[in-house]
Write a protein of this length. Structure first.
Length: 320
């Protein structure tokens, strides 16, 4: 298949051939493409998720990648050309593989990346928040409550969805309400008075699924939800991601490796981290159910959601 993009001045070899589709998720389609000189690139097409979602993901990714390039961050794709209006970007191609597990070096690479993107060699940095950024207890609470309302208002279309909705409205809701009440009770504590100086630049949509291992170095991709955020949420998202959950040793290593950032933002974030760990697990369950109500997921998928929930509770109980 041949596609032609308009910006001939910036595009290396104007005609592009699609080699293969890398992924087609809820948010975007990603293709490996080649130009006339057989040079490879990544073509990303941003889907319109729904009319209510007004986030300009193509523009966000462009701004964040430009910031990374201005600050000489090497282990990310480079932005070449695109159209925020038509919602596509052409990026440099990163040859490598998505890791299936993370070893100690990769975990240290995660910390190094977070530290590097917050050094601001050029300019003052970014001026926009990450999607669902954590700036107070209310922002996290509102995000989770909004997701829960949207999901439970959906009409189930399959037997599996009926069972999942029952579970959400009973066992899950009881647990989530308890944990949210515990968090809300801490709203007046000093470490929840978050200042702008305590926030960092974040990839936001973090996880093993958005990393590529190339020549023993970890590269990071997908910045369409990136921006300013709290490091406690960034670390907790990595540690609790359903696709690859960190064990206790890996969590400890990441927390130790990120410590140098405290010279810039202070130490209050660590208390917030321990406050929100279980809340972030609740949030991930909500994200896993993004497609609830469209009949797309089967019983096996919903069993994975419940298994993640049960495993999260077991791990928490072991630490008490």
């Amino acid at each position: 298949m041949i596609i032609i993009l308009d910006n001939e001045a910036l595009l290396p070899g104007r005609r592009l051939s699609i080699i293969n589709k890398i992924k087609s998720g809820r948010n975007s389609k990603v293709y490996k493409v080649a130009n006339n000189d057989n040079e490879y690139f990544c073509l990303k097409i941003y889907k319109e998720i729904c009319k209510a979602d007004t986030r300009k993901r193509a523009l966000t990714e462009f701004k964040f990648l430009k910031y990374l390039q201005d600050n000489e961050i090497q282990n990310t794709p480079k932005y070449i050309v695109g159209s925020t209006k038509e919602r596509w970007s052409l990026l440099s191609w990163i040859p490598g593989v998505q890791p299936k597990v993370l070893k100690n070096k990769e975990i240290q690479d995660i910390a190094k990346f977070i530290l590097k993107i917050n050094k601001h060699k050029k300019g003052k940095g970014l001026d926009f928040y990450a999607s669902e950024a954590l700036t107070s207890i209310d922002t996290l609470s509102n995000s989770i409550n909004g997701r829960f309302r949207r999901i439970t208002q959906m009409q189930p279309h399959t037997k599996a969805e009926e069972e999942m909705k029952k579970w959400l409205e009973t066992e899950f809701k009881t647990y989530a309400d308890k944990k949210m009440n515990q968090l809300n009770s801490k709203a007046k504590e000093l470490h929840w008075k978050i200042t702008e100086e305590e926030l960092i630049h974040s990839q936001s949509d973090v996880g093993i699924h958005n990393s590529i291992k190339k020549e023993e170095e970890l590269y990071f991709v997908d910045f369409e939800y990136a921006g300013i955020d709290d490091v406690s949420k960034v670390i907790s998202d990595w540690v609790n991601h359903p696709e690859y959950r960190f064990n206790k040793e890996q969590e400890t290593l990441l927390l130790e490796s990120i410590k140098p950032i405290e010279s810039k933002i202070g130490i209050k974030w660590k208390s917030r981290y321990y406050d929100i760990r279980e809340i972030i697990q609740i949030k991930w369950i909500m994200i896993m159910l993004n497609c609830f109500g469209d009949g797309r997921e089967n019983e096996e998928y919903y069993e994975k959601v419940v298994e993640y929930f049960k495993k999260s509770r077991e791990l928490t109980a072991q630490e008490v």
